[in-house]
Design a protein around this ligand. Structure first.
Ligand SMILES: N[C@@H](CCC(=O)N[C@@H](CS)C(=O)NCC(=O)O)C(=O)O
Length: 203
């Protein structure tokens, strides 16, 4: 059985849980406390960054990085196009998510809602919030003309971007400024097999 090293508070882990639910794949969860320092040695052995999510495959190999895990699990399914053009566009949005979106929106949420120390991070927080609103504006422009990010079909590009967008308010982001993004969030939540994010450290 697949084994997911997982934190309930992490949007990166939620991406994987959401896709596994939609694919109907059973898995075992190993709870990791992402606020603990230093990182658990078992994690560091199998992921040089020591971060979650980390997926142990059925053959024993370990796969880190949420979007690499999404790609692996979605291959051959309806959540990743077969043809080159669609796959390249999925990659385009996965890189955007990791470069322009997650480092701003997820990190602001972590400082405000998980560590609960916004004052300590006041200066970088303002920069991340400005850049995160910029990423939401990119999404708003695209979603003003498209139902989903690739080929107007729900894919892992949507899962990757949805994970932290739908909780962006927890990072101080004003989603009301982005109506097309809010409508897309509702479309994602209407997909078959959708499951909510876990909400507490004990889930
Ligand atoms: N690029 C990585 C980021 C992973 C990441 O930042 N994981 C966080 C939880 S969302 C974590 O493990 N934080 C604890 C730490 O940095 O030690 C991915 O997409 O999987």
């Amino acid at each position: 059985m697949l084994r997911l090293y997982d934190s309930p508070l992490s949007g990166n882990c939620y991406k994987v849980r959401l896709l596994l639910a939609q694919l109907g794949i059973a898995y075992e969860r190993v709870h990791v406390d992402i606020t603990a320092d230093p990182r658990p040695p078992a994690l560091l052995r199998h992921n040089p960054t020591g971060r979650v999510p980390l997926l142990q495959l059925e053959d024993g190999r370990f796969l880190p990085e949420s979007n690499a895990i999404l790609w692996h699990l979605a291959t051959g399914s309806r959540y990743l196009p077969d043809e080159d053009d669609g796959r390249q566009r999925v990659l385009q949005w996965l890189f955007f998510e990791q470069n322009g979106h997650e480092p701003n929106i997820a990190v602001a949420r972590y400082w405000i809602s998980i560590l609960k120390r916004p004052q300590q991070y006041a200066a970088p927080l303002e920069l991340r919030q400005r850049a995160g609103h910029g990423a939401l504006a990119v999404m708003e422009r695209w979603l003003g003309e498209h139902a989903f990010f690739v080929s107007d079909r729900y894919s892992i590009a949507d899962i990757a971007l949805y994970a932290y967008t739908h909780v962006a308010r927890e990072g101080g982001f004003d989603l009301d400024r982005f109506p097309a993004v809010c409508q897309w969030i509702a479309r994602v939540e209407a997909q078959p097999g959708w499951v909510p994010m876990l909400r507490t450290a004990h889930d």
